[in-house]
Write a protein that binds this ligand. Sequence first.
Ligand code: PLP
Length: 338
Amino acid sequence: MSQRKETIEAGINALMKYGTGACAAQPIGGYLDIHRQLEKEIADFVGQEDAILFSSGFGANAGLLRAILGKNDVAYIDSYIHTSAMSGLIGTNTKHIGHNDIEYLDMILDKEKDKYQTRLVIVDGVYSQNGDLSKLPEYISVCKKHNCLLMVDDAHGIGVMGNNGRGTAEHYNCMGQVDIITGTFSKSFGCVGGFVAASSKLIQYLRYYADSNVFSAAITPQVTCSVLKALELIKTQPSIREKLWNNVNFLRNGLLESKFDIGTSVSPIFSLMVRDNEKVYRIADMLQKKRIFASGIVYPAVRTKEARIRISILASHEITQLKHLICSLEEIRNEIPF
Ligand SMILES: Cc1ncc(COP(=O)(O)O)c(C=O)c1O
């Protein structure tokens, strides 16, 4: 989306109409008609009543959590949630529930039923390092059973997962059953910015209490209009997403046939497990010499025995490029076994 003529033109037109910045936070003059339009459209897209914008996905997660959780509350978190959510939890109680460990969550929610006021379970839709999914339907039923709120950070799911790109909840056919969905415009939308989508009541509350919205300048008009255009393309041009998934499936089959370890990935994020920090750097460097950009993910982002090359697949990739990637990895493996 960051390279498409339509999103670029929408940004240029917004620059000409609105100028370079919103020049203030939303509550004190920086709230433009296009911001409200985007809030309504993104809320509708992810199946929530309303949404509030932030100038980053980081700010959305951190601002939301700082606003709704205090010292009498608790967050039950999957151990792989993003740092942005973690940073919003400093003033509250936090319990790690492992990764997709529903049985443990069920047990701890039961055990701690009268201990806290607000209880919030936080998971990602698609996990950013492993490219695997949360077990959303099971989280939904456990949260319902224990009368506990559920938040899904769907930064990597929206635009990509589900038949219409509405995210991980659509993929699992459980839209409308998650209390809070957060997301970013920096990934499938190709821009920058973030949002929280939830009930009108919660969004209204955040308009007063989410510090990273209230005390930070609103997203620029150019970005807002490029995001609106990207959202329109996501909705109206499913062929872009189809091409993405064809690419993903082609690469997955190719890597598995060549016996590469891609961990638990089921999304356009591929983790090529190398399990050695130094080898990761060398492989990433060799790939770059072959004109392939793949990020090396090493300690402390992951444990050393989980060091990996992370490959992100785009709709704009061509099959010849993916074949080049597989051949290059095979050549490199002959030199550096992994
Ligand atoms: C799961 C997840 N949530 C939130 C964010 C933050 O998004 P942003 O880049 O818009 O701050 C990221 C970014 O890497 C992410 O991977």
